[in-house]
Design a protein around this ligand. Structure first.
Ligand code: GLA
Length: 407
């Protein structure tokens, strides 16, 4: 679902109210994503399998003449923000949404010839802080707007890599999955994203597969509480890797998850890990290598259009994220259980977890049953703002971010 004409008209009204005349010249649409499988392994350099979805961050913008970035938000919870173009921009307070704008602008200004600022309004058809990558979509949208007003042509993979790095501005040491899928997605497909070097390989999604997205109603704000837990896990993965590679006699300079996975089959690696790791580090290592293995098997299942096999891998992924990586929540587990009982072939948290969304995979014939069961049993007894459709919807595999003229 692209934002329809009404959404754009509403954004134009917000634009006129905050930024006056002339009106906007362009619109950027940057999609959110769901990761089908491959969670918490992108920052370990291991391939993942996300797809872009039909819900977007939408940015209406026009160039300005005072080297400033001025951005209003259609959602009143996010006050207008303004700052000068610079290669070194002091952040707003931690957790402020404007830091995502600054992240993109500072990174481009530091490396490209950026002299022209822009005035913009941001709207969203994505649930915010829900694990469907609204923040990376915002960063990408801002980067594309700034690139457009400065006539910069930046290849998509190059921009994805730069923006993944740029997001460290908000303090999260994430991988590049979200930025890559936002810029590289093709309609009707998921993409296997590989790292070092970053690349995207589209894999068609069979017509009768349906992905249901259900928000657990707990926010997972990347620049907020989740950030410390997320960064802690990236450090634990690194420590586990160092120990296992030392145990296997792999030189520290060559110690990557890709190298250890190439050195031994998964079962042997787990055996090696048991003799040099324990407790939390063993669990984290086990999640990373089994999840990487599941991604490869899931890609094959997708290419074979084998929904049940894919569904079993999704189930295993959720168990591993719950028990070994410890990023699920009771609500996410409950969504997975309800979806499974209603006929989904698999369900799991998607994104960083610790709140945010779950994704359930179902055949087209059972999708209504799953949506209905979640509506009744998960959302029915709970209080929330907005309608059920804001939190529970069927994802469609969408294309990459784009900039189009609106004047
Ligand atoms: C967040 C990060 C991604 C990825 C996921 C977990 O969404 O932005 O890079 O690490 O968490 O898979």
């Amino acid at each position: 679902m692209q934002p329809d004409v009404r959404d754009l008209e509403r954004l134009r009204v917000v634009f006129a109210r905050h930024l006056g005349r002339p009106g906007p010249s362009h619109v950027v649409r940057a999609p959110g994503r769901v990761n089908l499988i491959g969670e918490h392994i992108d920052y370990n350099g291991l391939a993942v399998l996300p797809m872009a979805i039909q819900r977007n961050i939408v940015v209406l913008f026009r160039a300005n003449a005072d080297a400033t970035v001025r951005v209003a938000n259609a959602n009143d919870a996010f006050p207008p923000r303004e700052f000068a173009l610079s290669a070194s921009i002091p952040p707003f307070a931690a957790g402020d949404w404007g830091n995502y704008l600054k992240a993109a602008v500072q990174a481009l200004a530091a490396e490209c010839d950026v002299r022209i600022g822009f005035d913009a309004v941001v709207g969203s058809t994505l649930p915010i802080a829900a694990g469907v990558s609204s923040s990376s979509a915002l960063v990408i949208a801002v980067a594309l707007a700034l690139a457009r007003v400065n006539d910069l042509e930046i290849p998509a993979l190059d921009l994805a890599e730069r923006m993944a790095h740029a997001e460290r501005y908000v303090g999260t040491h994430g991988g590049a999955m979200d930025q890559a899928i936002c810029l590289m997605a093709q309609p009707g497909t998921a993409s296997r994203i590989d790292f070092d070097p970053l690349r995207a390989t589209p894999v068609p999604i069979p017509d009768h597969w349906r992905f249901i997205i259900a928000h657990s109603l707990a926010q997972a704000e990347k620049s907020g509480a989740v950030r410390d837990e997320y960064n802690r896990r990236t450090r634990q993965c690194r420590r586990a890797l160092e120990r296992v590679s030392a145990h296997l006699g792999i030189a520290p300079s060559r110690a990557t998850y890709r190298t250890v996975m190439a050195a031994r089959p998964v079962a042997q690696l787990l055996g090696a890990a048991e003799s040099c790791l324990d407790g939390t580090l063993l669990k984290r290592f086990r999640h990373v290598v089994t999840e990487a293995d599941r991604v490869h098997r899931a890609e094959r299942a997708l290419r074979d259009a084998d929904l049940d096999r894919f569904g079993r891998l999704v189930q295993e992924s959720q168990a591993s994220l719950r028990d070994d990586y410890e990023v699920s929540t009771r609500a996410l587990d409950e969504i997975a259980e309800i979806a499974g009982a209603a006929g989904a072939v698999g369900a799991r948290l998607t994104g960083a977890g610790m709140g945010g969304c779950a994704i359930a995979l179902a055949r087209s014939e059972t999708v209504d049953d799953v949506v209905h069961a979640l509506g009744e049993r998960f959302y029915g007894p709970r209080d929330f703002t907005g309608s059920v459709e804001d939190h529970l919807f069927v994802a469609e595999p969408a294309g990459a971010a784009s900039v189009t003229s609106v004047s």
